[in-house]
Design a binder for this molecule. Sequence first.
Ligand code: PLP
Length: 470
Amino acid sequence: MVQIEIKLDPVPGADGANGVLTSKHSAVLHRHLDHEFLVLDQAKGNYLLLEDGRKIIDASGGAAVGSIGWGNERVALAVAKQVLAAPYCATIFFTTIPQEELAKELIAGTGGDMARAYIVNSGSEAMEAALKLARQYYLEIGQPQRSRFISRERSYHGITLGALAVGGHKARRAKFEPLLMDNVSQVSPCFAFRGKAAGESDTDYVHRLAVELDDEFQRVGPETVCAFVAEPVVGAALGCATAVAGYFKAVKAICEKHGALLILDEVMCGMGRTGTLHAWQQEGVVPDIQTIGKALSGGYQAVAGVLVNQRVVGALEKGTSAFVHGHTYQGHPAGCAAALEVQRIIREEGLLENVRQMGDLLEKRLRAQLAGHPNVGDIRGRGLFWGVELVADKASMTPFPDADHVCMEICELGLDEKYSILVYPGGGSVDGIRGDHIILAPAFNIKPDEIETIAATVARLISDYFAAKG
Ligand code: PLP
Protein backbone atom coordinates (compact mmCIF):
# COMPACT_ATOMS: atom_id res chain seq x y z
CA MET A 1 0.00 0.00 0.00
CA VAL A 2 1.44 3.37 -1.01
CA GLN A 3 1.47 6.00 1.73
CA ILE A 4 1.38 9.49 0.35
CA GLU A 5 1.35 12.64 2.37
CA ILE A 6 0.52 15.74 0.41
CA LYS A 7 0.94 19.13 2.00
CA LEU A 8 -0.94 21.91 0.29
CA ASP A 9 1.11 25.08 0.45
CA PRO A 10 -0.26 28.34 -0.88
CA VAL A 11 1.10 29.19 -4.31
CA PRO A 12 4.06 31.56 -3.98
CA GLY A 13 3.01 35.12 -4.74
CA ALA A 14 5.27 36.13 -7.65
CA ASP A 15 3.36 38.10 -10.27
CA GLY A 16 0.02 37.11 -8.87
CA ALA A 17 0.77 38.47 -5.40
CA ASN A 18 -2.47 40.45 -5.32
CA GLY A 19 -4.53 37.57 -6.68
CA VAL A 20 -4.55 38.92 -10.21
CA LEU A 21 -2.17 38.13 -13.04
CA THR A 22 -2.29 40.21 -16.19
CA SER A 23 -1.88 38.34 -19.43
CA LYS A 24 0.75 40.91 -20.46
CA HIS A 25 3.05 39.71 -17.67
CA SER A 26 2.44 36.03 -18.29
CA ALA A 27 4.50 33.53 -20.26
CA VAL A 28 1.27 31.70 -21.07
CA LEU A 29 -0.51 32.36 -24.35
CA HIS A 30 -3.83 32.91 -22.60
CA ARG A 31 -7.19 32.85 -24.39
CA HIS A 32 -7.39 36.61 -23.98
CA LEU A 33 -4.16 38.50 -24.43
CA ASP A 34 -5.39 41.66 -22.72
CA HIS A 35 -7.03 40.06 -19.73
CA GLU A 36 -6.40 39.96 -16.01
CA PHE A 37 -6.62 36.47 -14.53
CA LEU A 38 -7.46 35.63 -10.94
CA VAL A 39 -5.01 33.07 -9.57
CA LEU A 40 -6.63 29.85 -8.38
CA ASP A 41 -4.79 28.36 -5.45
CA GLN A 42 -6.90 25.50 -4.13
CA ALA A 43 -10.28 23.93 -4.69
CA LYS A 44 -12.18 22.20 -1.89
CA GLY A 45 -15.67 20.74 -1.99
CA ASN A 46 -17.75 23.25 -3.91
CA TYR A 47 -15.44 26.19 -3.29
CA LEU A 48 -12.53 27.72 -5.16
CA LEU A 49 -9.87 29.38 -3.04
CA LEU A 50 -7.97 32.17 -4.73
CA GLU A 51 -4.45 33.21 -4.04
CA ASP A 52 -5.65 36.46 -2.46
CA GLY A 53 -7.66 34.49 0.11
CA ARG A 54 -11.05 34.86 -1.52
CA LYS A 55 -13.47 31.92 -1.42
CA ILE A 56 -15.79 31.48 -4.39
CA ILE A 57 -18.72 29.07 -4.58
CA ASP A 58 -18.41 26.99 -7.73
CA ALA A 59 -21.93 26.99 -9.16
CA SER A 60 -20.89 25.68 -12.56
CA GLY A 61 -18.29 22.99 -11.80
CA GLY A 62 -15.88 25.13 -13.82
CA ALA A 63 -17.05 24.51 -17.38
CA ALA A 64 -19.69 21.96 -16.25
CA VAL A 65 -16.83 19.62 -15.41
CA GLY A 66 -16.87 19.08 -11.65
CA SER A 67 -19.07 16.14 -10.75
CA ILE A 68 -17.96 15.13 -7.24
CA GLY A 69 -16.63 18.49 -6.05
CA TRP A 70 -12.98 19.32 -5.53
CA GLY A 71 -10.26 17.87 -3.34
CA ASN A 72 -11.50 14.28 -3.21
CA GLU A 73 -8.74 12.24 -1.59
CA ARG A 74 -9.99 8.90 -2.88
CA VAL A 75 -9.50 10.11 -6.46
CA ALA A 76 -6.20 11.82 -5.65
CA LEU A 77 -4.90 8.58 -4.18
CA ALA A 78 -6.08 6.49 -7.13
CA VAL A 79 -4.24 8.85 -9.50
CA ALA A 80 -1.09 8.95 -7.34
CA LYS A 81 -1.01 5.16 -7.09
CA GLN A 82 -1.38 4.78 -10.83
CA VAL A 83 1.32 7.36 -11.55
CA LEU A 84 3.68 5.44 -9.29
CA ALA A 85 2.65 2.08 -10.73
CA ALA A 86 2.67 2.97 -14.46
CA PRO A 87 2.15 6.59 -15.42
CA TYR A 88 2.01 5.98 -19.16
CA CYS A 89 0.99 3.18 -21.49
CA ALA A 90 1.89 2.78 -25.17
CA THR A 91 -1.57 1.63 -26.22
CA ILE A 92 -0.35 0.22 -29.52
CA PHE A 93 1.16 -2.68 -27.51
CA PHE A 94 -0.32 -2.58 -24.03
CA THR A 95 -3.44 -1.93 -22.05
CA THR A 96 -3.82 -1.25 -18.31
CA ILE A 97 -6.23 -2.46 -15.69
CA PRO A 98 -7.67 1.08 -15.12
CA GLN A 99 -8.42 1.40 -18.85
CA GLU A 100 -10.07 -2.03 -18.99
CA GLU A 101 -12.01 -1.43 -15.78
CA LEU A 102 -13.14 2.04 -16.87
CA ALA A 103 -14.39 0.70 -20.21
CA LYS A 104 -16.27 -2.08 -18.36
CA GLU A 105 -17.80 0.47 -15.96
CA LEU A 106 -18.86 2.71 -18.86
CA ILE A 107 -20.39 -0.08 -20.91
CA ALA A 108 -22.25 -1.39 -17.85
CA GLY A 109 -23.65 2.13 -17.35
CA THR A 110 -25.33 1.94 -20.75
CA GLY A 111 -27.12 -1.28 -19.74
CA GLY A 112 -25.17 -3.01 -22.51
CA ASP A 113 -26.58 -0.74 -25.22
CA MET A 114 -23.05 0.27 -26.14
CA ALA A 115 -20.31 -2.27 -26.77
CA ARG A 116 -16.91 -0.59 -26.45
CA ALA A 117 -15.30 2.55 -25.04
CA TYR A 118 -12.48 4.53 -26.65
CA ILE A 119 -10.68 6.75 -24.14
CA VAL A 120 -9.09 10.06 -25.14
CA ASN A 121 -8.19 13.34 -23.45
CA SER A 122 -10.72 15.97 -24.50
CA GLY A 123 -14.23 16.30 -25.81
CA SER A 124 -12.95 17.65 -29.11
CA GLU A 125 -10.74 14.58 -29.56
CA ALA A 126 -13.72 12.39 -28.75
CA MET A 127 -15.77 14.13 -31.44
CA GLU A 128 -12.97 13.72 -34.00
CA ALA A 129 -12.84 10.01 -33.22
CA ALA A 130 -16.63 9.72 -33.42
CA LEU A 131 -16.73 11.29 -36.90
CA LYS A 132 -13.91 9.06 -38.14
CA LEU A 133 -15.54 5.95 -36.67
CA ALA A 134 -18.75 6.78 -38.53
CA ARG A 135 -16.83 7.23 -41.78
CA GLN A 136 -14.85 4.03 -41.26
CA TYR A 137 -18.02 2.10 -40.46
CA TYR A 138 -19.37 2.81 -43.93
CA LEU A 139 -16.06 1.94 -45.58
CA GLU A 140 -16.11 -1.39 -43.73
CA ILE A 141 -19.63 -2.24 -44.89
CA GLY A 142 -18.97 -1.24 -48.49
CA GLN A 143 -20.67 2.16 -48.66
CA PRO A 144 -17.71 4.45 -49.43
CA GLN A 145 -20.01 7.12 -50.88
CA ARG A 146 -21.13 8.02 -47.34
CA SER A 147 -18.92 10.92 -46.31
CA ARG A 148 -21.38 13.65 -45.28
CA PHE A 149 -22.62 14.73 -41.87
CA ILE A 150 -25.78 16.57 -40.97
CA SER A 151 -25.68 18.52 -37.73
CA ARG A 152 -27.59 21.44 -36.24
CA GLU A 153 -27.32 25.19 -36.33
CA ARG A 154 -26.29 26.97 -33.12
CA SER A 155 -24.36 23.93 -31.89
CA TYR A 156 -20.91 23.41 -30.44
CA HIS A 157 -19.06 20.11 -30.70
CA GLY A 158 -15.48 21.12 -29.99
CA ILE A 159 -12.71 23.34 -31.19
CA THR A 160 -10.53 21.12 -33.40
CA LEU A 161 -11.12 21.35 -37.14
CA GLY A 162 -13.36 18.29 -37.59
CA ALA A 163 -15.40 19.02 -34.47
CA LEU A 164 -15.66 22.68 -35.46
CA ALA A 165 -16.82 21.69 -38.93
CA VAL A 166 -19.85 19.81 -37.60
CA GLY A 167 -20.55 22.61 -35.12
CA GLY A 168 -22.89 25.44 -35.94
CA HIS A 169 -21.21 28.07 -33.79
CA LYS A 170 -20.66 30.82 -36.33
CA ALA A 171 -18.49 33.02 -34.13
CA ARG A 172 -16.07 30.18 -33.35
CA ARG A 173 -16.02 28.94 -36.96
CA ALA A 174 -15.74 32.26 -38.79
CA LYS A 175 -11.96 32.73 -38.88
CA PHE A 176 -11.30 29.11 -39.78
CA GLU A 177 -13.98 28.46 -42.42
CA PRO A 178 -11.46 27.83 -45.24
CA LEU A 179 -9.89 25.05 -43.17
CA LEU A 180 -13.09 23.19 -42.33
CA MET A 181 -14.43 20.17 -44.20
CA ASP A 182 -17.36 21.22 -46.34
CA ASN A 183 -19.31 17.99 -46.46
CA VAL A 184 -21.43 19.10 -43.50
CA SER A 185 -24.83 20.74 -43.59
CA GLN A 186 -27.08 21.88 -40.82
CA VAL A 187 -30.71 21.91 -39.82
CA SER A 188 -32.53 23.83 -37.09
CA PRO A 189 -31.95 22.76 -33.49
CA CYS A 190 -34.86 21.75 -31.29
CA PHE A 191 -35.00 24.98 -29.29
CA ALA A 192 -38.51 25.69 -28.09
CA PHE A 193 -37.67 29.10 -26.59
CA ARG A 194 -36.78 30.69 -29.92
CA GLY A 195 -37.68 28.01 -32.46
CA LYS A 196 -41.28 27.08 -31.70
CA ALA A 197 -43.91 29.16 -33.46
CA ALA A 198 -46.61 30.91 -31.44
CA GLY A 199 -49.43 28.46 -30.74
CA GLU A 200 -47.52 25.53 -32.24
CA SER A 201 -47.95 22.26 -30.30
CA ASP A 202 -44.96 20.14 -29.29
CA THR A 203 -46.12 17.45 -31.70
CA ASP A 204 -46.33 19.90 -34.60
CA TYR A 205 -42.95 21.40 -33.73
CA VAL A 206 -41.30 17.96 -33.66
CA HIS A 207 -43.00 17.09 -36.95
CA ARG A 208 -41.76 20.33 -38.57
CA LEU A 209 -38.16 19.65 -37.43
CA ALA A 210 -38.38 16.02 -38.56
CA VAL A 211 -39.57 17.09 -42.01
CA GLU A 212 -36.72 19.62 -42.20
CA LEU A 213 -34.19 16.88 -41.38
CA ASP A 214 -35.74 14.42 -43.81
CA ASP A 215 -35.69 17.11 -46.53
CA GLU A 216 -32.01 17.74 -45.82
CA PHE A 217 -31.24 14.03 -46.25
CA GLN A 218 -33.10 14.14 -49.58
CA ARG A 219 -31.36 17.35 -50.68
CA VAL A 220 -27.81 16.04 -50.12
CA GLY A 221 -28.63 12.47 -51.15
CA PRO A 222 -29.49 10.09 -48.31
CA GLU A 223 -26.98 7.53 -49.56
CA THR A 224 -24.12 10.04 -48.98
CA VAL A 225 -24.76 10.67 -45.27
CA CYS A 226 -22.66 9.02 -42.52
CA ALA A 227 -24.46 10.41 -39.52
CA PHE A 228 -26.68 13.00 -37.91
CA VAL A 229 -24.90 14.73 -35.02
CA ALA A 230 -26.67 16.39 -32.08
CA GLU A 231 -26.31 17.24 -28.40
CA PRO A 232 -29.26 15.85 -26.38
CA VAL A 233 -29.34 18.81 -23.97
CA VAL A 234 -27.56 21.73 -25.62
CA GLY A 235 -25.05 23.25 -23.23
CA ALA A 236 -22.76 26.11 -24.14
CA ALA A 237 -24.42 27.03 -27.44
CA LEU A 238 -28.04 27.27 -26.25
CA GLY A 239 -27.84 27.32 -22.45
CA CYS A 240 -29.12 23.94 -21.29
CA ALA A 241 -31.87 23.62 -23.89
CA THR A 242 -33.74 20.34 -23.54
CA ALA A 243 -35.44 18.85 -26.58
CA VAL A 244 -39.21 18.76 -26.89
CA ALA A 245 -40.59 15.29 -26.03
CA GLY A 246 -40.45 12.95 -29.00
CA TYR A 247 -37.81 14.91 -30.93
CA PHE A 248 -34.99 12.39 -30.55
CA LYS A 249 -37.26 9.46 -31.38
CA ALA A 250 -38.28 11.29 -34.56
CA VAL A 251 -34.70 12.06 -35.67
CA LYS A 252 -33.52 8.54 -34.86
CA ALA A 253 -36.32 7.16 -37.06
CA ILE A 254 -35.17 9.39 -39.92
CA CYS A 255 -31.55 8.22 -39.50
CA GLU A 256 -32.74 4.62 -39.58
CA LYS A 257 -34.90 5.25 -42.65
CA HIS A 258 -31.84 6.55 -44.51
CA GLY A 259 -29.37 4.03 -43.10
CA ALA A 260 -27.32 6.74 -41.33
CA LEU A 261 -25.84 6.60 -37.85
CA LEU A 262 -26.91 8.74 -34.89
CA ILE A 263 -24.01 10.41 -33.05
CA LEU A 264 -24.96 12.04 -29.75
CA ASP A 265 -22.53 14.48 -28.19
CA GLU A 266 -22.82 14.13 -24.42
CA VAL A 267 -19.51 15.80 -23.60
CA MET A 268 -21.27 18.46 -21.53
CA CYS A 269 -24.69 17.00 -20.71
CA GLY A 270 -23.64 13.41 -20.06
CA MET A 271 -22.21 11.19 -17.32
CA GLY A 272 -24.96 12.06 -14.85
CA ARG A 273 -25.30 15.80 -15.35
CA THR A 274 -29.00 15.59 -16.27
CA GLY A 275 -29.98 13.03 -13.63
CA THR A 276 -29.38 9.82 -15.56
CA LEU A 277 -25.94 8.58 -16.47
CA HIS A 278 -26.63 9.39 -20.12
CA ALA A 279 -28.99 12.10 -21.34
CA TRP A 280 -30.29 9.78 -24.11
CA GLN A 281 -31.68 7.49 -21.40
CA GLN A 282 -34.43 10.12 -20.93
CA GLU A 283 -35.14 10.45 -24.65
CA GLY A 284 -36.09 6.86 -25.48
CA VAL A 285 -33.33 6.43 -28.05
CA VAL A 286 -29.92 4.80 -28.12
CA PRO A 287 -27.20 6.38 -30.25
CA ASP A 288 -24.81 4.40 -32.43
CA ILE A 289 -21.88 6.47 -31.24
CA GLN A 290 -21.74 8.75 -28.21
CA THR A 291 -19.10 11.14 -26.94
CA ILE A 292 -18.48 11.82 -23.25
CA GLY A 293 -16.10 14.06 -21.30
CA LYS A 294 -16.21 16.70 -18.57
CA ALA A 295 -18.13 14.97 -15.69
CA LEU A 296 -16.50 11.66 -16.67
CA SER A 297 -13.38 12.41 -14.63
CA GLY A 298 -14.97 15.36 -12.84
CA GLY A 299 -11.93 17.47 -13.69
CA TYR A 300 -9.39 15.31 -11.85
CA GLN A 301 -7.62 14.39 -15.10
CA ALA A 302 -8.13 15.31 -18.76
CA VAL A 303 -10.33 12.42 -19.87
CA ALA A 304 -13.03 12.04 -22.51
CA GLY A 305 -14.29 9.12 -24.51
CA VAL A 306 -16.38 7.60 -27.24
CA LEU A 307 -18.92 4.85 -26.61
CA VAL A 308 -19.67 2.71 -29.64
CA ASN A 309 -22.46 0.21 -30.22
CA GLN A 310 -22.12 -3.33 -31.55
CA ARG A 311 -23.36 -2.35 -35.02
CA VAL A 312 -20.24 -0.20 -35.50
CA VAL A 313 -17.83 -2.40 -33.54
CA GLY A 314 -19.09 -5.49 -35.38
CA ALA A 315 -18.41 -3.88 -38.76
CA LEU A 316 -14.83 -3.13 -37.72
CA GLU A 317 -14.40 -6.65 -36.34
CA LYS A 318 -15.67 -8.23 -39.54
CA GLY A 319 -13.74 -5.76 -41.69
CA THR A 320 -10.21 -4.47 -41.34
CA SER A 321 -10.22 -5.04 -37.58
CA ALA A 322 -8.46 -1.75 -36.88
CA PHE A 323 -9.68 1.76 -36.20
CA VAL A 324 -7.32 3.96 -38.20
CA HIS A 325 -6.88 6.57 -35.52
CA GLY A 326 -4.84 7.05 -32.37
CA HIS A 327 -3.23 9.44 -29.91
CA THR A 328 0.01 9.17 -27.95
CA TYR A 329 -1.90 9.74 -24.72
CA GLN A 330 -5.07 7.78 -25.44
CA GLY A 331 -6.19 5.47 -22.65
CA HIS A 332 -3.89 7.39 -20.30
CA PRO A 333 -3.52 5.23 -17.16
CA ALA A 334 -3.74 8.07 -14.63
CA GLY A 335 -6.68 9.57 -16.52
CA CYS A 336 -8.46 6.22 -16.58
CA ALA A 337 -7.74 5.69 -12.87
CA ALA A 338 -9.25 9.11 -12.07
CA ALA A 339 -12.34 8.60 -14.22
CA LEU A 340 -12.87 5.10 -12.85
CA GLU A 341 -12.71 6.32 -9.24
CA VAL A 342 -15.03 9.26 -9.98
CA GLN A 343 -17.55 6.97 -11.67
CA ARG A 344 -17.39 4.50 -8.78
CA ILE A 345 -17.99 7.32 -6.30
CA ILE A 346 -21.00 8.53 -8.30
CA ARG A 347 -22.41 4.99 -8.35
CA GLU A 348 -21.57 3.96 -4.78
CA GLU A 349 -22.79 7.21 -3.23
CA GLY A 350 -26.00 7.23 -5.29
CA LEU A 351 -25.21 10.72 -6.57
CA LEU A 352 -27.59 10.54 -9.54
CA GLU A 353 -30.48 10.60 -7.07
CA ASN A 354 -28.96 13.73 -5.53
CA VAL A 355 -28.66 15.28 -9.02
CA ARG A 356 -32.40 14.76 -9.51
CA GLN A 357 -33.37 16.03 -6.04
CA MET A 358 -31.03 19.02 -5.98
CA GLY A 359 -31.93 19.75 -9.61
CA ASP A 360 -35.61 20.00 -8.63
CA LEU A 361 -34.70 22.32 -5.75
CA LEU A 362 -32.49 24.49 -7.95
CA GLU A 363 -35.23 24.78 -10.57
CA LYS A 364 -37.81 25.76 -7.93
CA ARG A 365 -35.56 28.40 -6.38
CA LEU A 366 -34.47 29.83 -9.74
CA ARG A 367 -38.06 30.12 -10.93
CA ALA A 368 -39.22 31.65 -7.64
CA GLN A 369 -36.43 34.22 -7.49
CA LEU A 370 -35.80 35.00 -11.15
CA ALA A 371 -38.78 34.24 -13.37
CA GLY A 372 -40.35 37.64 -12.66
CA HIS A 373 -37.25 39.65 -13.49
CA PRO A 374 -37.80 41.80 -16.60
CA ASN A 375 -34.49 40.68 -18.16
CA VAL A 376 -34.88 36.97 -17.56
CA GLY A 377 -36.38 35.49 -20.72
CA ASP A 378 -36.21 31.81 -19.91
CA ILE A 379 -35.08 29.36 -17.25
CA ARG A 380 -34.47 25.88 -18.64
CA GLY A 381 -32.57 22.72 -18.01
CA ARG A 382 -32.61 19.28 -16.42
CA GLY A 383 -30.89 17.69 -13.44
CA LEU A 384 -28.02 19.91 -12.33
CA PHE A 385 -27.74 21.64 -15.69
CA TRP A 386 -29.61 24.95 -15.79
CA GLY A 387 -29.49 27.93 -18.11
CA VAL A 388 -30.86 31.41 -17.48
CA GLU A 389 -31.43 33.33 -20.72
CA LEU A 390 -31.15 37.10 -20.45
CA VAL A 391 -33.12 39.38 -22.74
CA ALA A 392 -33.35 43.11 -23.37
CA ASP A 393 -37.13 42.92 -23.68
CA LYS A 394 -39.15 40.14 -22.14
CA ALA A 395 -42.33 40.44 -24.20
CA SER A 396 -40.55 40.26 -27.57
CA MET A 397 -37.60 38.15 -26.24
CA THR A 398 -35.28 40.66 -27.92
CA PRO A 399 -31.68 39.75 -27.14
CA PHE A 400 -28.99 42.23 -26.13
CA PRO A 401 -26.62 43.49 -28.81
CA ASP A 402 -23.24 41.78 -29.20
CA ALA A 403 -21.32 44.80 -28.00
CA ASP A 404 -22.96 44.64 -24.57
CA HIS A 405 -21.25 41.33 -23.66
CA VAL A 406 -24.01 40.79 -21.12
CA CYS A 407 -23.41 37.18 -20.10
CA MET A 408 -19.66 37.67 -19.81
CA GLU A 409 -20.09 40.84 -17.74
CA ILE A 410 -22.48 39.07 -15.38
CA CYS A 411 -20.08 36.16 -14.92
CA GLU A 412 -17.20 38.57 -14.24
CA LEU A 413 -19.31 40.53 -11.77
CA GLY A 414 -20.10 37.24 -10.05
CA LEU A 415 -16.42 36.86 -9.20
CA ASP A 416 -16.51 40.18 -7.34
CA GLU A 417 -16.15 39.80 -3.59
CA LYS A 418 -19.74 40.98 -3.15
CA TYR A 419 -21.06 37.80 -4.80
CA SER A 420 -18.10 35.37 -4.90
CA ILE A 421 -19.81 32.93 -7.26
CA LEU A 422 -18.63 31.18 -10.42
CA VAL A 423 -21.33 30.88 -13.10
CA TYR A 424 -20.51 30.02 -16.70
CA PRO A 425 -21.17 32.25 -19.72
CA GLY A 426 -22.75 30.98 -22.90
CA GLY A 427 -24.38 32.09 -26.07
CA GLY A 428 -23.24 35.27 -27.69
CA SER A 429 -23.58 35.39 -31.45
CA VAL A 430 -24.16 31.76 -32.27
CA ASP A 431 -25.18 31.39 -35.90
CA GLY A 432 -25.97 35.08 -36.16
CA ILE A 433 -28.69 34.87 -33.54
CA ARG A 434 -27.97 36.61 -30.26
CA GLY A 435 -28.76 35.04 -26.95
CA ASP A 436 -27.01 35.58 -23.64
CA HIS A 437 -27.28 32.93 -21.01
CA ILE A 438 -25.48 31.85 -17.90
CA ILE A 439 -25.06 28.20 -17.00
CA LEU A 440 -25.37 26.64 -13.56
CA ALA A 441 -23.91 23.15 -13.26
CA PRO A 442 -22.82 22.40 -9.70
CA ALA A 443 -21.28 19.13 -8.56
CA PHE A 444 -23.52 16.08 -8.15
CA ASN A 445 -22.98 15.97 -4.36
CA ILE A 446 -24.09 19.57 -3.79
CA LYS A 447 -26.14 20.09 -0.62
CA PRO A 448 -29.49 21.90 -0.15
CA ASP A 449 -27.93 24.86 1.70
CA GLU A 450 -25.44 25.32 -1.13
CA ILE A 451 -28.28 25.27 -3.68
CA GLU A 452 -30.05 27.95 -1.61
CA THR A 453 -26.87 30.07 -1.61
CA ILE A 454 -26.38 29.62 -5.36
CA ALA A 455 -29.96 30.55 -6.28
CA ALA A 456 -30.07 33.56 -3.95
CA THR A 457 -26.66 34.82 -5.09
CA VAL A 458 -27.51 34.43 -8.78
CA ALA A 459 -30.77 36.32 -8.24
CA ARG A 460 -28.94 39.15 -6.45
CA LEU A 461 -26.21 39.21 -9.09
CA ILE A 462 -28.64 39.49 -12.00
CA SER A 463 -30.78 42.03 -10.23
CA ASP A 464 -27.79 44.24 -9.27
CA TYR A 465 -26.26 43.97 -12.75
CA PHE A 466 -29.37 45.21 -14.52
CA ALA A 467 -30.10 47.84 -11.86
CA ALA A 468 -26.63 49.30 -12.47
CA LYS A 469 -27.03 49.02 -16.26
CA GLY A 470 -30.19 51.08 -16.00
N1 PLP B 1 -18.97 18.95 -27.21
C1 PLP B 1 -19.65 19.73 -26.38
C2 PLP B 1 -21.14 19.61 -26.32
C3 PLP B 1 -19.00 20.65 -25.55
O1 PLP B 1 -19.70 21.43 -24.72
C4 PLP B 1 -17.59 20.72 -25.61
C5 PLP B 1 -16.86 21.68 -24.77
O2 PLP B 1 -17.39 22.53 -24.12
C6 PLP B 1 -16.91 19.88 -26.51
C7 PLP B 1 -17.63 19.01 -27.28
C8 PLP B 1 -15.41 19.95 -26.60
O3 PLP B 1 -14.82 19.45 -25.45
P1 PLP B 1 -13.36 19.92 -25.03
O4 PLP B 1 -13.42 21.35 -24.67
O5 PLP B 1 -13.03 19.01 -23.88
O6 PLP B 1 -12.47 19.66 -26.20
